[in-house]
Design a binder for this molecule. Structure first.
Ligand code: NDP
Ligand code: 2IT
Length: 453
């Protein structure tokens, strides 16, 4: 582990004491604090007035019960969260995750990361995150609707266009946002389109929001490859996951001339030596909501396609030039990083939030692999959410081309900001340091201007 500046050590110790048993949150805070030693050496005033301590403490945390009735008429209970982390730059903004692994520590880590990510976009949005330990797998459409309605029956008091603007994340996509928006509208008697993003196009959604995170990560990695005089063209790529982020990474990588040879879900991974078929993957995942092994069944054996069950191997053993982990936190371990380096990987772009363990990140950086941290590389989703808020506020709707062009320019900007910041702070090519410092400085300047609140 990297040495922490001695002024920052007690801050981390206090975060760990106060948030006992929340390892993901500790991990996210440690990583940012590791970058801040160089900042306070240059700008000691940023350590005044407990500014860093305040940045590590969420402004508000809401935990609530969600009762709902399943298709067997049985009453079920889940626990839900909204962590409103930081509103110095704008209303809290960040997704909602439905997954059985969700707990307050996971939502806190995501809200903390979101704060710096949102700052990096340059848009007026604070950081927040929410979710529930509800497991959408195997639930009927009606069960999903009843759950979303009950969830919003409590959440609606805490959100609003000027307060907190949720969106999707794991297990929450267009369908869930629709049910939540319907319930919010009914409870408040307001057609407040800007209260949620990721809406469908026919009721206030933005074009390119569905594609934005995957496209954005691909744009970021393309910019990174360009610094070494290369591009996606002709590259072999592995994308983990097969949800929203993974599918639109696949689409953009293909457009840039790369070949995605493997994708996964929690049941295992699929390899297609000829390149994963986008339409087939969309049919399996977006329409049928099926398991990834369906890909092999539909394609048929003996065509350079195979499936490896989870536990029987790691997707990161598949040789590639570019790795884009786009499933979940800590999915790419030190062992995986070693295998990727051995197989000649040159760039890694984090589509997911914190998918790479700290030791794996170090292995990449020590081996000279270009490494794009999630809070920079996957910021295209939330940036396009901010564009959706802009369209809602002006009662306007932009074309796909116009919206994607804004996204592309935001991603180039984030890339260049991270690169320039890393250089300015004496670590050229270290995008982790660049993203952490550039995000921190923007939030910190705003917090200082607003006084001790
Ligand atoms: P989806 O629910 O659409 O897809 C998630 C994918 O990851 C699925 O293939 C899922 O497999 C897999 N996955 C999730 N949890 C696990 C797990 N514990 N173990 C193995 N596989 C898992 O979510 P998204 O694509 O929206 O999100 C993916 C990642 O990207 C998350 O880290 C999210 O925070 C991040 N992100 C999302 C943004 C967005 O706009 N949607 C923006 C920025 C970041 P299975 O179906 O089997 O569970
Ligand atoms: O992690 C993320 O940035 C998201 N899930 C998207 C958040 C948003 O508000 O669009």
């Amino acid at each position: 582990m990297m040495q922490l500046d001695e002024k920052l050590e007690p801050i981390l110790a206090e975060v760990m004491r106060r948030n006992a048993g929340e390892p993901e949150f500790h991990q996210a805070v440690r990583e940012v604090l590791e970058s801040l030693g160089r900042v306070i050496a240059k700008r000691p005033d940023f350590a005044d007035d407990a500014l860093i301590e305040r940045i590590c403490e969420p402004e508000r945390q809401i935990i609530f019960r969600v009762p709902w009735i399943d298709d067997q008429n049985k009453v079920r209970i889940n626990r839900a969260f909204r962590v409103q982390f930081n509103s110095a730059l704008g209303p809290y903004k960040g997704g909602i995750r439905f997954h059985p692994s969700v707990n307050v520590g996971i939502i806190k880590f995501l809200g903390f990361e979101q704060t710096f990510k949102n700052a990096l976009t340059g848009m007026p949005i604070g950081g927040g995150k929410g979710g529930s330990d509800f497991d959408p797998k195997g639930k009927s459409d009606r069960e999903i609707m009843r759950f979303c309605q009950s969830f919003m029956t409590e959440l609606h008091r805490h959100i609003g266009e000027y307060t907190d603007v949720p969106a999707g994340d794991i297990g929450v996509g267009g369908r869930e946002i629709g049910y939540m928006f319907g319930q919010y509208k009914r409870l408040t008697n307001r057609y407040e389109a800007g209260v949620l993003t990721g809406k469908a196009l026919f009721y206030g959604g933005s074009r390119a929001r569905t594609e934005a995170t995957g496209y954005g990560n691909t744009y970021f990695v393309e910019s990174m490859l360009k610094t070494r005089g290369t591009s996606f063209d002709g590259k072999k790529v592995v994308v983990s996951g097969s949800g929203n982020v993974a599918i639109y990474s696949l689409e953009k990588v293909q457009e840039f001339g790369g070949t995605v040879v493997a994708m996964s879900d929690s049941s295992g991974y699929i390899v297609d030596e000829n390149g994963i078929d986008l339409k087939l993957m969309q049919e399996i995942k977006e329409i049928r909501r099926a398991r990834i092994s369906e890909y092999l069944r539909l394609k048929g054996e003996g065509k350079g396609v195979w499936f490896v069950k989870a536990g029987d191997g790691s997707i990161w053993d598949v040789a590639c030039d570019v790795a884009m982990p786009s499933a979940t936190q800590n999915e790419l371990t030190g062992k995986d990083a070693k295998a990727l380096v051995k197989n000649g990987v040159i760039a890694v772009g984090e589509g997911a939030n914190m998918p790479t363990t700290p030791d794996a990140t170090r292995i990449f950086q020590d081996a000279g692999v270009m490494f794009a941290p999630g809070k920079a590389a996957n910021a295209g989703g939330v940036a396009t959410s901010a564009l959706e808020m802009q369209q809602n506020a002006s009662r306007d709707s932009w074309s796909f081309e116009q919206t994607e062009a804004r996204l592309a320019s935001i991603m180039r900007n984030i890339h260049d900001t991270c690169a320039a910041t890393a250089e300015e702070y004496g670590a050229p090519g270290d995008y982790v340091l660049g993203a952490n410092i550039a995000g921190f400085v923007r939030v910190a300047e705003a917090m200082r201007a607003l006084g001790v609140i």
